[in-house]
Design a protein around this ligand. Structure first.
Ligand SMILES: [Fe+2]
Length: 206
């Protein structure tokens, strides 16, 4: 082979995709890479662990919204179908915010469904369709799990001096979940749809 042809072949090799590559992980789950962020490794590790729990539960709640968006039925189909997709999108943004906060603290964020299923505190729903009040109750329960753990973890972040994580947990996670709880819970108030319940008023008297 002349040298010019060899050069052409060498160049062509660069255009060939190298697929099927394998190598050990460069950072195991649970390990912290120190970044110059003026936080101790202990603080980063504590926040990463807490944030991963909230991430797993937020991914579960996000997917619960999509499940019920698809499986909605009945007289309130249209409004709840749309509301659930709105809440899904908002939770999806939160998932990205949480995962990137974990990475910027030098940690590893969980990502795949198998790992989420092992970690989450949100109870597994059945595959099939449930009645609307059950769907709503399931969503509210998941929200309450997240709110309870997030408030405790926000206080822990303050103790470690991790103000960024505290701000994210309070300003993004808690506020969004409280807002969504309000919108979902009001659908479970048993108010008359068409005719006012005059008898109930009479029973209370003037
Ligand atoms: Fe849709």
């Amino acid at each position: 082979m002349n040298s010019r042809l060899k050069d052409v072949n060498d160049l062509f090799e660069r255009a060939r995709p190298i697929v099927g590559q394998h190598a050990p992980e460069i950072q195991k789950y649970g390990m912290i890479v120190r970044l110059p962020n003026a936080l101790s490794e202990e603080a980063c590790a504590a926040s990463v662990q807490n944030l991963n729990q909230i991430l797993a539960d937020t991914i579960s709640l996000r997917d619960l919204y999509k499940k019920h968006h698809w499986q909605m039925s009945g007289a309130t189909f249209y409004q709840l179908h749309l509301l659930f997709d709105k809440h899904y999108e908002e939770q999806n943004e939160l998932v990205d915010t949480l995962a990137e906060r974990i990475q910027m603290l030098g940690g590893i964020s969980i990502a795949m469904a198998h790992d989420v299923a092992e970690m989450t505190f949100v109870p597994r729903p059945p595959r099939g369709r449930e009645e609307v009040p059950v769907q709503l109750s399931r969503l509210l329960h998941a929200h309450e799990i997240i709110l309870k753990e997030t408030r405790a973890m926000a206080r822990q972040a303050v103790d470690y001096g991790d103000d960024g994580t505290n701000d994210l947990l309070v300003s993004d996670v808690i506020r969004l979940n409280e807002m969504q709880v309000w919108f979902v819970a009001e659908h479970l108030a048993e108010t008359p749809l068409v005719r006012a319940d005059e008898l109930a008023g009479d029973a209370e008297g003037p």
